[in-house]
Design a protein around this ligand. Structure first.
Ligand code: PLP
Length: 402
């Protein structure tokens, strides 16, 4: 199909040309003399993305799920009690991984469209007077439903109960895009992947680990090998990896970290919020609802849009892809056919969001959903143009037109 492809799934996200170019290089010796300078810089600079000074970062050649597994295997023993909430596909899958690793899992189910039930975490933690719970897990941004949860609230629940359990956060679709504060929120293990806010292709699983979580290795009896932190700690100390690292991706990561640093993490979060708000205004103008049930949970990286009763969201996605070269995210599990998702994270600006809204409008119309063409685009345009001057500090004085 001629013209460019519009990738608007909630990850993998668009890889900026700067990063593509950085990865286009001859393969080099990962045991060569130059390599440690690259890896040591990455392991150190990634801490500012997680907003941690005390935490230690590990980079695995895996996807985000590998980093999930690493976080559990290195800190827990078989049969350890784990508290986790489930309100979408990814929180479901992390809980499922805990069960398959033979942990003793207490699941707090919430409605899909709601965030992590902070008050119910608090109740369970208060009731656990002999402190049997070793791990508290939360998915910061549930990508299936477009819902962001209150991680700081879960930390408060732990502190109020004076509970020593470690706090594990899935930040795969939040870290490097939505505000995330590992040290301030007392997060012990924060997990992400390369293919979302970091604007990279898939292939790296990244986890930041607090000193307390590192110490938990001593009693962590779960079997581990490929994901063993001990091997990483030993080799990373001198800038090496215990096995062949994804060298090309690491050069891309170097460029991604430079780009994030140039923009500044606060500005990155503010940009995501503003772009997301435009998409939300577009959805409202269509007369449609988000899957997120209250504004407090609306995600700044992905919007899951509920199609009207009697319509099939999968048809919208197929038409958008086949006719308009636009990739939208599908509804997953119980949301299959009920929602389509617009990912608005990573290397993104206003016009890219408008293209996603425009293509979605046409695809919905073609699928028989009665939206007014241009309505969502116009609402988003009004928001973007009204807020652009204050958001884009690089605005120049208006040029004279001859
Ligand atoms: N957690 C969340 C919130 C996700 O969105 C995803 C993937 O989209 C994952 C975990 C799993 O990550 P991966 O597919 O990189 O293994």
């Amino acid at each position: 199909m001629p013209g460019r492809h519009f990738l608007h799934i909630p990850g993998p996200t668009n890889v900026p040309e700067r990063i593509q170019r950085a990865m286009m290089r001859s393969v080099e010796d990962h045991r060569g003399a130059n390599f440690p300078a690259l890896s040591k810089g990455l392991l150190s600079d990634l801490r500012s993305v997680f907003r941690t000074e005390a935490g230690q970062v590990f980079i695995f050649p895996s996807s985000g799920s590998g980093a999930w597994e690493a976080s559990l295997q290195n800190t827990l023993a078989p049969g350890d009690r784990v508290l986790v909430s489930r309100f979408g596909t990814f929180s479901h899958l992390w809980a499922d991984m805990c069960q398959r690793l033979e942990l003793n899992v207490t699941v707090l189910d919430a409605e899909w469209g709601e965030g992590a039930p902070v008050e119910r975490y608090a109740e369970v933690l208060r009731a656990d007077t002999d402190k049997a719970i070793k791990a508290v897990l939360v998915c910061h941004n549930e990508t299936a439903t477009g819902v962001t949860s209150d991680v700081a609230g879960i930390r408060r629940a732990l502190d109020d109960a004076d509970h020593p359990a470690l706090l594990y956060v899935d930040g795969v679709s939040s870290i490097a895009s939505i505000d995330f504060r590992m040290d301030e929120w007392g997060v012990d293990l924060a997990v992400t992947g390369s293919q979302k806010g970091l604007m990279m292709p898939p292939g790296l699983g990244i986890v930041a680990v607090s000193p307390r979580a590192l110490a938990a290795r001593e009693r962590a009896g779960l079997r581990r090998c490929y994901f063993d932190f001990d091997d990483m700690i030993r080799m990373n100390a001198d800038g090496w990896f215990p096995y062949t690292p994804a060298t090309g991706l690491l050069y891309g990561l170097r460029e991604a970290l430079d780009m994030l640093d140039e923009e500044g993490m606060d500005n990155v979060a503010a940009r995501h919020h503003r772009l997301a708000e435009g998409v939300r205004r577009g959805v409202k103008a269509w007369g449609l609802e988000l899957c997120a049930r209250a504004p407090q949970w609306e995600s700044d990286t992905v919007s899951a849009i509920v199609v009207p009763e009697g319509h099939d969201a999968a048809k919208v996605i197929d038409i958008a892809y086949g006719r308009y070269n636009l990739a939208l995210g599908a509804g997953l599990m119980q949301l299959a056919g009920r929602v389509f998702r617009i990912g608005h994270l990573g290397d993104l600006n206003e016009l890219m969001c408008l293209a996603a809204l425009s293509g979605s409008e046409m695809a919905m119309r073609d699928a028989g959903i009665p939206v007014v063409l241009g309505s969502g685009v116009a609402a988003a345009q009004a928001w973007y143009s009204g807020t652009a001057a204050s958001a884009n500090s690089s605005d120049e004085a208006p040029r004279k037109v001859a």
